[in-house]
Design a protein. Structure first.
Lengths: 313, 276
């Protein structure tokens, strides 16, 4: 009897000891997962699954118009290695990317250094240099296309200086220069602003100390400025390299990949194969190549950061 | 800095301005010139006879008003959607030590390495399968949830990481749960990051070109960038004055907003997570 009576007495005594299931930790777990779910689901649906599908498609001969979808193994990859148009496309991509990245980063840094001087009116100049970033990309491209016509504004002004300008968009090398320049002035303002923010974070005492040590302006730039803003240089170069590999609208509007194939970069070639010639399987193979290139260049830059990126710690 | 050096710097800055400013000027002024004047030699910086004929044609040749609205509402929806998705995810990655957050973060960051161009073929097939080709859904859903939103999430995360712990501990004491802390404590402080994300998300959507030409096929569904290239004569030659008038209409509102709010624009972009 006492034994039985003691049981119900013990239960309420133990109850407060048992922690509720929904501890703060568990709630946090759930909240964390709920909060990342939209983003995670989006990445799975619109990046990971499509990436898998690209691999799958690349193993097929798929002509949308004919309605054929046949497994062909590595045939698309063999076609890729023997495609006479691939070499020129890679060359055009390389030329465009190297030209754009080098010009963009150096001009951005140059302008940022100029704007970082204690001068009146730098905000006005900053606004002007940045303004093309907010102009609709295709609008910007169209004006430049108009300016670069044989009888357009650029040659009109050159002629007034006594120079007979070329037909920019119709010559192989001038067409490539044109697309690089159009993209350069469109986007350089963004990198300039990022550099400017980094430059403003460099402590003035360091320059003072370097000056006392007798360092020239160039030496101060090379030995003080560049190391201290190197994390920003890394970030802007990764973003600019990846961006340069994605150039499409400018090519489509200005040159349609021409003259010949001189400005047919990889993305434009991929677009042609998939959406103009309807070779989805082969297009997917080119997509994969583009992905590998983006991945390799990003990893390479990230790896190289140890060599030259300065860390305060 | 000596007077001469100052003059030199100003001179260099002024010369550098030309390729940044002149195209926009040329776009706006040429759109007001009569056709026989647009290729005049020597080039005229200002139109001699101002005409709005090109602007009339912009709306006569295509449903440009509709196309403008398309671009606008898509960009606004994408911006709002991206803000919701990226602030939630960025907050969770920065402040909640949930199990698996490291792995999820790496999976999400992978989106940064996969340009939309790489996945455009399967994305086209997926939306085709759902019967959503030639609708605006792909232009809204992909940027909002897919690869382009990852940079936004990253910026949000970088921002939320910098908030001091004590703020949230105070909120805890007041009895706030996770969503309360997010909504009432952290998010109101994230205005600079929200500003930066809004600006570049809007511009990204506004500029989109490959996706519209892949997904859309009827003129009343077109967005501005795609519509701009459609002002051509019977032989495919550009109707320059009409193209430039439409280009001006697409660029001017954003430019005006930018000039009015340039501090927030430039500093917001520079001072958030993008600092690296």
């Amino acid at each position: 009897m006492t034994l039985l009576a003691s049981k119900p007495a013990a239960a309420p005594a133990r109850a407060p000891e048992r922690a509720p299931y929904w501890t703060m930790r568990r709630r946090d777990e759930l909240a964390g997962w709920l909060m990342v779910t939209p983003q995670l689901a989006g990445i799975v649906a619109f990046v990971i699954v499509p990436l898998g599908l690209v691999v799958w498609y690349s193993l097929h001969e798929w002509n949308v118009l004919a309605g054929t979808f046949d497994f062909v193994g590595g045939a698309n990859y063999e076609q890729l290695t023997s495609d006479p148009r691939l070499g020129p496309a890679l060359q055009a991509t390389g030329l465009f990317s190297v030209g754009l990245v080098v010009l963009n980063l150096s001009l951005a840094l140059f302008l940022a250094v100029l704007l970082n001087q204690k001068l009146r009116g730098t905000v006005v100049f900053r606004t002007l240099f940045f303004s093309p970033v907010v102009v609709t990309l295709v609008a910007w491209t169209i004006v430049w296309g108009f300016l670069l016509q044989d009888n357009g504004g650029v040659n009109g002004f050159l002629q007034q200086l006594g120079i007979d300008g070329p037909n920019w968009l119709r010559g192989e090398s001038t067409a490539m220069i044109s697309v690089i320049v159009v993209q350069l002035f469109k986007g350089v303002g963004l990198n300039m602003v990022l550099f400017l923010a980094a430059l403003q974070g460099v402590p003035a005492e360091l320059y003072e100390a370097a000056r006392i040590d007798g360092a020239s302006a160039w030496a101060r730039f090379r030995r003080v400025t560049v190391p201290l803003i190197s994390p920003t240089i890394l970030l802007t170069s990764i973003l600019t390299v990846v961006g340069s590999l994605q150039v499409f609208a400018q090519i489509a509007v200005l040159t349609q990949g021409g003259p010949g194939t001189s400005t047919t970069v990889l993305v434009y070639y991929l677009y042609q194969q998939a959406f103009q010639f309807h070779h989805f399987g082969y297009g997917a193979t080119i997509s994969l190549l583009l992905f590998v290139i983006v991945l390799a260049l990003t990893v390479l830059q990230w790896r190289m950061r140890r060599r030259w990126v300065f860390h305060e710690s | 800095m000596s007077r001469r050096l100052k003059l030199l710097v100003y001179g260099v800055l002024l010369i550098c301005c030309v390729p940044f400013v002149f195209p926009t000027w040329w776009m706006a002024t040429t759109s007001l010139k009569p056709v026989n004047e647009i290729f005049a030699f020597p080039p005229r910086l200002l139109p001699q006879d101002v005409t709005f004929d090109a602007y009339r044609q912009v709306f006569a040749l295509q449903p440009f008003g509709q196309q403008y609205l398309n671009s606008l509402y898509i960009a606004v929806l994408v911006t709002l959607g991206t803000l919701v998705v990226s602030s939630l995810a960025g907050y969770a990655f920065a402040r909640i030590p949930f199990r698996g957050s490291g792995v999820v973060f790496v999976v999400v960051l992978a989106g940064l390495l996969v340009p939309n161009e790489v996945t455009i073929i399967p994305l086209y097939r997926m939306f085709d399968g759902l019967g959503l080709v030639n609708t605006h859904w792909p232009l809204i859903l992909i940027p909002m949830l897919g690869a382009p939103s990852v940079l936004a999430t990253f910026i949000m995360r970088q921002f939320f990481i910098t908030l001091p712990r004590e703020l949230e501990e105070a909120g805890r004491v007041d009895g706030l749960g996770r969503f309360g802390l997010f909504w009432q404590v952290s998010l109101p402080l994230a205005k600079p990051a929200i500003g930066a994300v809004s600006i570049f998300t809007f511009l990204h959507s506004w500029n989109l070109f490959l996706e519209p030409i892949v997904f859309l096929s009827s003129k009343d569904k077109f967005t501005i960038p795609q519509a701009l290239t459609q002002y051509v004569d019977a032989y495919g030659g550009a109707l320059w004055n009409v193209q430039l008038a439409a280009a001006t209409l697409s660029a001017l509102p954003v430019l005006v907003i930018f000039v009015l709010a340039q501090r927030q624009f430039v500093e917001g972009l520079a001072q958030t997570g993008l600092k690296g």
